[in-house]
Design a protein. Sequence first.
Lengths: 290, 282
Amino acid sequence: MFAEQILNGLTLGSTYALIALGYTMVYGILELINFAHSEIYMTGAFIGLIMVTVYKMPFPLALIIAMAGSCLLGVTIEKVAYKPLRKSTRIAPLISAIGVSIFLQNAALILAGPQVRAFPVNFKSASIKLGQSIQMSSLQLLILLISIILMVGLHFLIHRTKLGQAMRATAQDKEAAQLMGIKIDRVISFTFAIGSALGGAAGVLVGVYFNSVDPMMGFFPGLKGFVAAVLGGIGNIPGAMLGGLILGIVEVLGAVYMSRYKDAIAFAVLIIILLVKPTGLLGRKLQEKV
Amino acid sequence: MNSYYVQILTVTGINIILAVSLNLVTGFTGQLSLCHATFMGIGAYTATLAALKLGIPFAVALILGAISAALFGFIIGVPTLRLKGDYLAIATLGFGEIMKNILLNLEITGGPMGLRGIPKVTNVYVVYLCVTLVIFSLNRIMHSRVGKSFIAIREDELAAEAMGINTANFKILAFVLGAFYAGLAGGLYAFFFRYINPNNFGFMKSIEILSMVVLGGLGNTYGALLGAAIITVLPEFLRSVSPVIAQYRMVFYGILLVAMMIWRPQGIMGENKVMKRRGQAA
C-alpha cells in the first residue's frame, strides 16, 4: 500500500517536474516568473484533446502536436508580452505575465465553456505486478516513461549541444554571453520554446491520467510546478526534476491524512522552503550584482 | 438621488480603498501582490462574525476586521518578503486560493453558502468618510521617512539597503498596511451588501483591483482612485448597453494589463517615475 502511494506520487511528481522545468529555465535566463506557463499547460491539454477526439489521431502523434502547439504559444507570448519589457523595472513583466495568464484562461472559458471534459484515450488497462503487492497501471508506466524520455532529452540538449551551451552561458551572464557572439534573443526564444513544449506535454499527460481537461486546470499544477522549481532551487534544471518528484510524493502521502486541503500541502512546502532554505535543495546562493 | 446610483457610488468608494491600498504595496513599494481580495475577505468575515456572533459594535468590528487582515498579511509577508526576488507574487497567488478553500470548508463561515443577514450599517457617507481617512493617512505615510523608504525600495532595493534602509522590514510594513486597509474595505463591503460568500473575494477580484491600479497609474494615489472609479462604473454602463460584453470583462482585464505595461506603464495619470527605464538617471 505504501509502495503504491510512492508510485502514485512519482507519477504525479514527474508531471510537476515537467512543469517546473519550464519555470526554472525561463527564470534562469530572464529572472521572470512566467505566470502564463500554467495556461500553456492547459492549452497543451486542449490541443491534445482536440487531436484525439476531433481528428482521431493516435496518442503519440497528438502528444507531439500538442507539444508543438504549446511551443508556438510560448514563443509568441514571449515576443508579444515580455520582449518589449526586457529593459523595464522588475514588476512590469510580472504584471504583463499575469495579464497573459488571465487572458488565456478566460479566452479558453469563452471558447470551450467551463465544463470538464473527459480525455478518451484507449489504453489496455493492464496492470503490471512489481514484486508481491505493488501494482502499476500501464498508464502510470507510460507517463513515467514519457517524462523520463523528455527529461533525458533535455539533459542531452543542455549539456551536449551548442544551443545548450549558449543557454547555460546566457543564464550565467547575459552580457558576457552576448560579447561571445551568442544571439541572446534566439536563446531566449528557444528557452521559451523548450519549456513550453514540456509544459504542454505535462498538460496532455495529466489530462489523460485524471481523464479530465478544463480551462481552469492549469491553476494548481502551475502553482505546484513553481513550488517544485523553488524546492529544487530556482534556475537549476536537475533541481526542478528532483523538486517535482519530491513534491509529488509529499502531496500524495499528505493527501492520505488531509484530503480536503490537498492543494494546501504544496503551499505549506513553499513557505517552509522559503523560511528554511530559500536557495532550494540544489541551488547555490548567488551574490546580487550591481 | 436614485438608489441605483447611490449603490454604484458606494461600491466605487469601497473599490477606491482597495485600489489605493494595493497601490501602496505594488505601486509605491514595487511588490506584486495577487491576494488583495483575500485580505478584503478576511476583513469582511472577521467583521461580520465579530458583529453577529459576539455582538461587538460595528465600528469596532470594522477595525477588528482590518487588524486580522493585517495579521494574515504579516504571516505571509515574513517568509516571502525577507527574500529578494518575486516570491511574493506566487505566494500570494497560492495563499488566496487556499484561504478561499478554507472559507469554503469551515462551518463558522457558512461554507459555500456564506453568511447572510448581516445588518446594513455602511452607507455612502460612512464609505466616503473612510475613503477620506485612508487617503489622508496614506498621504501622511508617503510624505514621511517611511514612505520615502518604500519608494527607495521600489527604485533600487540594493541601493536602498546601502542607504541603511532595512528593506525586509519596510517591505513587510507596506504589505501589512495594504492588508489592513483592504480588511477595512472588506468590512465595509459586508455591512453594505449584507451577504458575503467566499467567491466574492477570489482571484478574479484581486485581478480586478490590480487592473484598477495599473489603469490609473502605479505609484499614484489619485491615479488608483481614478482607475477604481473607471473600472467600477464602466462595466455598469456597458451592462446597460449589452449584457454580452460583461462576459468578456476578464479577457479585457488581461489585455489591459499587458497593453498598459507595454505602451503606458505609468497609467492614465502618468507623471511618476515608477516605470522608468533601468539604467537611466532618475
